[in-house]
Design a protein around this ligand. Structure first.
Ligand SMILES: Cc1cc2nc3c(=O)[nH]c(=O)nc-3n(C[C@H](O)[C@H](O)[C@H](O)COP(=O)(O)OP(=O)(O)OC[C@H]3O[C@@H](n4cnc5c(N)ncnc54)[C@H](O)[C@@H]3O)c2cc1C
Length: 379
């Protein structure tokens, strides 16, 4: 019987080694800053890029464009880059698509061989710049990845026989797909650089340590056609309270609150903790109960606080992807079968309007005796 089954196994075709098509090589992170503030996603990309580069035994490169960047290049080294390329020019002070695209493409073309991987943040800037670079080099780009890895790929499709073979060093660009119900591993093994943008708040940055590396200035040759757009002023929206992605404690509300006024109660609960913020599900953002900047999830922010208290949130997969990496999740929901209880660390079955006022009372009492408002935990 076992022999018979063995015979039925289809024969595996001999696969040609295709490593020459996209050989191992450096990993490049394109840095992002706004008004001189290095964006956290850049440090997160360096953390993820370091792992990929080490897996291939290759250097981690970083390209930063701007003007009078101060200690930014050294910070990029300190957070894991082996080599930082600096394009410094007054016209690069603020992000503009065409000049930045020109510098990145010129830089990549000046290299003796293309980096294996090129990473940008899934931010407004990254989403604008990455496709232009990919189009220029006619290479693949996966948007909004949540995991990255390197591994082999056996291509056996006969559609284009010239492509059949074993590609040993592919970038695995992993992202939720089909309404976030599946994790898709997306590969573009036909050419280097293999490109991806990564969601802010997902990858883990390396701690800043004094590291040695090279800082190399590169030439900037902008052309007349690059100056079609002028930035007159950048106005920053002043966020009220603590930024969601930096909060240690998030008290998030969903449709189960029943009304916009429920968020006043959540604000009061959040106020029991230092460095806290109020989050929300998309359903209540869509209803206009709370601004979009408070939305957690697939189309909102990805957060990883020490404590996440989900109040009247069902735990749809699109919400879960934005908060499941929180160190401690407490869910309050009146439905004992709500999906959120499947991944929350602690669940309270009951009505928010009975439980939250009691929690506020208890926290306030405890604080008046101990004076402690800080949540101690690990990330
Ligand atoms: C492409 C796409 C992207 C999306 N992106 C996001 C995203 O980024 N973030 C996001 O959150 N969603 C997102 N969604 C929507 C998501 O699918 C859900 O519809 C949404 O998260 C549900 O919000 P909710 O949990 O507040 O509401 P519901 O699913 O309606 O859940 C309300 C919960 O409250 C409970 N409840 C009711 N009354 C009470 C009470 N008094 N006390 C306690 N519990 C009570 C109910 O039992 C229920 O579980 C997206 C959807 C799509 C298709």
């Amino acid at each position: 019987m076992a022999e018979e089954q063995e015979k039925k196994q289809p024969e595996k075709p001999e696969l040609k080694d295709m490593s020459a098509i996209c050989p191992i090589g450096e990993v490049l992170v394109i840095a992002e800053h706004i008004l001189g503030d290095l964006q956290p996603v850049t440090l997160e990309l360096l953390g993820a890029g370091r792992i990929l580069a080490d897996k291939m035994g290759q250097p981690l490169l970083c390209l930063v464009m701007g003007h009078e960047l101060g200690d930014m290049p050294q910070r990029l080294l300190d957070h894991g880059a082996d080599r930082v390329y600096v394009a410094d020019h007054p016209e690069l002070k603020n992000y503009r698509t065409l000049p930045y695209r020109r510098v990145v493409c010129d830089f990549l073309e000046s290299l003796p061989s293309q980096p294996h991987t090129c990473l940008l943040g899934s931010t407004t800037t990254g989403r604008d710049l990455a496709p232009r670079i990919a189009a220029h080099f006619d290479t693949g780009l996966t948007a909004d990845t949540t995991e990255l890895d390197i591994g082999p790929y056996e291509h056996t499709s006969k559609v284009d026989p010239s492509k059949i073979g074993l590609y040993p060093n592919c970038l695995y660009a992993i992202r939720p797909s089909f309404g976030e119900s599946l994790k898709a591993r997306i590969l573009g093994p036909w050419k280097n650089p293999q490109m991806a943008t990564t969601r802010p708040g997902v990858m883990v940055p390396l701690p800043r340590e004094s590291r040695k590396g090279e800082i190399i200035n590169i030439p900037v040759n902008l052309q007349e056609t690059d100056h079609r757009l002028t930035v007159k002023e950048i106005v920053r929206e002043v966020a009220k309270g603590v930024n969601l992605t930096e909060a240690d404690v998030i008290v998030a509300g969903g449709y189960g609150l029943g009304t916009q006024d429920g968020f006043n109660m959540l604000q009061e609960l959040a106020g029991c903790f230092e460095n806290s913020a109020v989050g929300a599900s998309r359903k209540v953002v869509d209803l206009g109960w709370i601004p979009y900047q408070n939305q957690v999830g697939q189309t909102g922010k990805t957060v990883r606080p020490k404590l996440y208290i989900a109040c009247g949130i069902s735990g749809a997969i699109q919400h879960r992807v934005g908060m499941s990496k929180s160190s401690l999740i407490i869910a309050i929901n009146k439905d004992p079968d709500a999906p959120i209880f499947k991944f929350a660390h602690h669940g309270i079955v009951g009505d928010c309007y009975q439980i939250i006022p009691e929690m506020i009372k208890q926290f306030k009492q405890a604080q008046s005796t101990s004076g402690v408002k800080e949540v101690v935990g690990t990330h």
